[in-house]
Design a protein around this ligand. Structure first.
Ligand SMILES: C[S@@+](CC[C@H](N)C(=O)[O-])C[C@H]1O[C@@H](n2cnc3c(N)ncnc32)[C@H](O)[C@@H]1O
Length: 279
């Protein structure tokens, strides 16, 4: 395992249960969860064989089980896989898990061509493999059958720099403008000491990632849009169930506008595998 991957694995081993809270500990986080969940509900059918890559502690494993999928659960971190087992068992869905094992997203091809109806790579596993992302993404597409779906989300450069501007300005002061120019231009956070080791993407970079694989884009969404705004206002909205329902529906619709795709802290996208032409 190279040094960067080891650093990522050690990070997810160390944060453990904190990762379970990531999509539940604020209204903005709960909206992000809901946007990801809605895309699962659109594309996953009862009985689907689903590979989950970078599954983490299991929020989406449980959602996949609720949708009737049989899930092969994988992650780089064995700590996250243990948490996944605990949370899925607690939710009563262990029967929906076909297998659970450590797997690097770069090694997915070993599971065989056309093995699954869908692959889910939510929460950025593709953001942790840097230069290897195109090869890893190609493998995700090839392990689904023709017509199958790959649903992924990655960290987003534009929206993250806007939302985390105070943090970015701190880092700018600490490391200097030339260094930070590089971060803004590339989205690569590897070289910032103590920062989250990951690759952020612009929408046009996601298009480049997808282009060589035998697939077509079928859905795309920012995560999030309006709910990244005034945190107090969003909290008050959530306290009013009727207004909250309207708000989340608007949010889901606006996040899919082409003009919004770069604006979240994450970007979600779904591709469908096309037939590979005979040689
Ligand atoms: C932010 S968490 C997302 C967890 C879950 N998918 C979710 O959305 O709640 C990212 C997960 O990707 C895993 N990961 C990081 N690098 C990976 C790699 N190279 N291969 C597979 N999984 C990886 C981490 O261990 C972690 O569990």
């Amino acid at each position: 395992m190279d040094g960067t991957t080891e650093r990522v694995r050690a990070h997810f081993d160390a944060i453990g249960e904190t990762e379970w809270d990531r999509l539940a500990d604020s209204p903005r986080a709960r909206v992000s969860f809901e946007l990801h969940r809605r895309l699962l509900a659109e594309w996953i059918k009862p009985g689907d064989a689903v590979l989950e890559v970078g599954a983490g502690p299991g929020r989406f494993t449980i959602e996949l089980a609720r949708l009737g999928a049989q899930v092969t659960v994988t992650d780089l971190s064995s700590v996250q896989l243990d948490l996944n087992e605990q949370h899925v068992q607690h939710a009563g869905y262990q029967d929906a898990v076909a297998a659970r094992f450590v797997l690097d997203i770069r090694d997915v091809a070993q599971l065989g061509e056309e093995t699954f109806d869908a692959v889910i790579a939510y929460g950025g596993p593709l953001s942790y493999v840097f230069e290897d992302a195109p090869v890893a993404f190609g493998q995700l597409v090839r392990v689904v059958r023709p017509g199958g779906i790959v649903l992924a989300s990655v960290m987003a450069t534009v929206g993250s720099l806007r939302y985390f501007l105070p943090l970015a300005l701190n880092e700018l002061d600490q490391y200097g403008g030339v260094f930070y120019d590089h971060i803004v231009a590339t989205g690569d956070l590897r070289d910032i000491p103590g920062s989250h080791t990951c690759q952020m993407y612009r929408w046009r970079e996601i298009e480049l990632l997808i282009a060589p694989a035998p697939c077509r884009l079928v859905a795309a969404s920012a995560s999030n849009c309006m709910s990244l705004g005034d945190a107090d206002l969003i909290e008050r909205l959530e306290a009013d169930p009727e207004r909250w329902r309207w708000f989340v529906d608007w949010e889901a619709a606006l996040c899919r506008e082409p003009g919004a795709l770069d604006g979240g802290t994450h970007t979600i996208f779904a591709v469908q595998r096309t037939e590979i032409p005979a040689p």
